[in-house]
Design a protein around this ligand. Structure first.
Ligand SMILES: Nc1ncnc2c1ncn2[C@@H]1O[C@H](COP(=O)(O)OP(=O)(O)OP(=O)(O)O)[C@@H](O)[C@H]1O
Ligand SMILES: [Mg+2]
Length: 231
């Protein structure tokens, strides 16, 4: 269980997160929605230790994460697929995967499992990752995060700009991971995707979670989408 409790964080003296709380449980998809600039990416960066918090706590199964340096957070079992996918573009697919495996000392079995989720990557192991299609790059970004065998997977708008077949593939993969007990935190702007995937939806506005609702009885015209997302 990943738990954020009343965290404050920002950039320099600009505060972005204000008393933000969020819980993500194993085998659950927690979708995070909110307008541009609401603080969704900042929240994920705070979890990853890329920016420091000035108040509140972040724990994974009760263990505090904030005291860890940023490079230790993935080793604690938190996979991160950043917005706009950050790959090592000069490196091949195989090398990007190797870096993911090395982070937590995982080996052959993990590599085989990850490549079984994304057979297209297996066909392109020696290709330089900057030459992959957008969808393939996103698969590789997810694959690299999965090489940690994470207990928590954070994804920041992973289907942004992708064609429908690729979106379906990524969603199916996330549902497979959910069934294996991974806690998934999915920042997603599309209401249809959220309704199809989420167990819970956290609505972020002005740097805090205004409301968390279970995905039951929500529909495309529920008030929350209008209020917090503007659709
Ligand atoms: N490196 C930075 N330095 C200063 N301010 C930043 C930095 N990164 C983000 N911000 C500011 O923090 C606020 C929240 O940004 P954030 O990227 O978390 O929003 P978001 O909810 O992810 O938005 P989007 O839906 O557009 O991705 C914005 O006002 C943004 O300008
Ligand atoms: Mg963002």
């Amino acid at each position: 269980m990943l738990e954020l409790s009343n965290i404050n964080a920002g950039y320099g003296n600009v505060q972005v997160l204000r008393g933000l709380s969020l819980t993500a449980g194993p085998g659950q998809v927690t979708c995070v929605m909110g307008r541009n600039g609401a603080g969704k990416t900042t929240m994920l960066r705070a979890i990853m230790g890329q920016i420091s918090t000035t108040a509140g706590s972040i724990t994974l199964s009760g263990t505090p994460l904030q005291t860890l340096p940023a490079h230790e957070v993935p080793r604690a079992g938190i996979g991160y697929v950043p917005q706009g996918r950050r790959l090592f573009g000069e490196l091949t697919v195989a090398q990007n995967i190797e870096i993911g495996l090395m982070t937590r000392g995982k080996g052959r079995a993990t590599r085989d499992y990850v490549l079984s989720l994304f057979p297209r990557l297996r066909e392109r192991l020696s290709q330089r990752s900057s030459t992959l299609s957008g969808g393939e790059q996103q698969m590789l970004a997810i694959a690299r995060a999965l090489c940690l065998e994470p207990s928590v997977l954070l994804l920041d708008e992973p289907t942004e700009g992708l064609q429908p077949s690729m979106i379906t593939l990524i969603r199916d993969t996330l549902l497979t991971l959910k069934s294996t007990g991974v806690a998934i935190v999915l920042v997603e702007q599309r209401v249809d995707a959220v309704l199809a995937m989420a167990d819970h939806i956290a609505f972020v506005t002005a740097g805090s979670v205004a409301e968390t609702v279970p995905n039951t009885g929500l529909s495309t015209d529920s008030a929350q989408f209008k209020t917090y997302v503007g659709v």
